[in-house]
Ligand binder design. Structure first.
Ligand SMILES: *Cc1c(COP(=O)(O)O)cnc(C)c1O
Length: 388
């Protein structure tokens, strides 16, 4: 009642996870066999989703946890015409100790706010969003990621869309937040390792003054043209270059790292900087840099700076190119074995066991130990599970 009268008094309601309304499904679905969970044409999601609506006058509705299913939108909804859509991607990890964990969700929540702001969507309180993420994991985690699947994960997709049914280009006066959770393939150990094809001269992913730093759907649809071309030639992802000099920015939807010996003989871990706002501030990227600085700084320098494809070609020619990997939630830490740029084929060493370079392997180990509870670490939070 208080919330209703407040709304009538004209104060828009903030998002409030403690008002979550639970409507459980009466037709629970079977959990697919892990071997086929990701082989179909449709992403298999869990039994439930979370949904909250917003409008500029009343603010946020009480969020609802309800059966997974279609959304209702008017054909004029802003997101369908003007790409007023942003999203997050994170995982719930089933630990080797049987517990469910999430990783640094405060960064995902902060990033959703930043992305929403870039496309004039409403403010989503990060604490409340995290509580809603926890609630969904807590309800569906035990069944869809059972204790028998230690070392496995579910993928969560918080999504914010503009729903105002108006063809005028304007800041949406209504919006919808929803969170879904489902299966995504494990892609961090592709046979033969990840192969990247550089973007063609006539395509860029982002540009200075644009929105490459925001996790908005508008960055993705137009990138598929390049990834299809890469895929036709047997490559997994596009290495997006920028500018006259061919600065290396990102590898598909992941951040991109190189380990090399500089000309002065120093070993360096390098990745593109955030300051020109071309690339996404990945949670995995940030974690790689922080862990490397904390644990590997006596063996290498850790640098965020612009670097070009020609520097990689030169390093490879001199035998100074040591390792490369892509880093993101979906692809986790995936060693890169091969980059093709125009007529240059750059082969990257894969370490003594042929799996990954040494630095790549160490960073991947540090992170997966945290995510899957092999070590206790403040970056991983245990999510309590609801048992019904
Ligand atoms: C999501 C994303 C990443 C990786 O970010 P994480 O937080 O590590 O998952 C990198 N680049 C782009 C373009 C992305 O959309």
């Amino acid at each position: 009642m208080t919330s209703l009268s407040n709304a009538q008094n004209g104060a828009p309601q903030p998002l409030n996870a403690s008002k979550l309304i639970y409507t459980f499904t009466d037709s629970p679905r079977d959990v697919p066999d892990p071997a086929i969970a990701c082989t179909g044409k449709e992403t298999i999601c869990t039994d439930h989703m979370i949904l909250a609506t917003w409008n500029a006058h009343t603010g946020w509705s009480a969020p609802e946890l309800k059966p997974y299913g279609p959304l209702t939108l008017m054909p004029t909804a802003s997101c369908l015409h003007y790409a007023t859509e942003c999203f997050e991607g994170l995982k719930a990890y089933r630990g080797y100790d049987g517990k469910l964990r999430v990783f640094r969700t405060e960064h995902n929540a902060a990033r959703l706010q930043m992305s929403a702001n870039r496309i004039s969507l409403p403010f989503v309180d990060s604490k409340e969003l995290q509580q809603l993420i926890y609630a969904l994991i807590s309800v569906d985690g035990s069944k869809w990621l059972p204790k028998s699947r230690a070392g496995d994960f579910l993928y969560l997709r918080p999504t914010l869309i503009g729903t105002q049914p108006s063809l005028g280009v304007q800041a949406p006066q209504s919006a919808m937040l929803y969170i879904i959770m489902g299966y995504m393939p494990r892609v961090d150990s592709v046979p033969g390792r990840m192969k990247l094809l550089t973007s063609p001269d006539n395509l860029v992913r982002s540009w200075v003054g644009g929105f490459g730093y925001a996790k908005v759907g508008a960055n993705y649809g137009p990138s598929v043209l390049a990834s299809q071309a890469a895929s036709r030639e047997g490559f997994h992802q596009t290495l997006w270059l920028y500018g006259e000099d061919g600065e290396c920015t990102e590898a598909g939807g992941s951040n991109f790292f190189v380990v090399w010996l500089r000309k002065d003989g120093k070993k360096e871990l390098v990745t593109a900087p955030l300051d020109d706002r071309l690339i996404l501030d990945g949670v995995t990227r940030r974690s790689c840099l922080e862990l490397a600085k904390e644990r590997l700084s006596d063996e290498l320098e850790i640098t965020e700076r612009k670097f070009t494809i020609n520097e990689i070609i030169d390093a490879a020619a001199d035998g100074r190119l040591l390792e490369s990997f892509s880093a993101g939630t979906a692809w986790f830490i995936t060693p890169v074995s091969h980059i093709r740029h125009r007529e240059h084929d750059i082969k990257i060493p894969m370490g003594v066991h042929g799996e990954s370079g040494e630095v790549t392997g160490k960073i991947k180990g540090f992170l997966s130990n945290i995510m899957y509870g092999r070590v206790q670490h403040p970056w991983a939070a245990v999510v309590p599970e609801r048992t019904t």
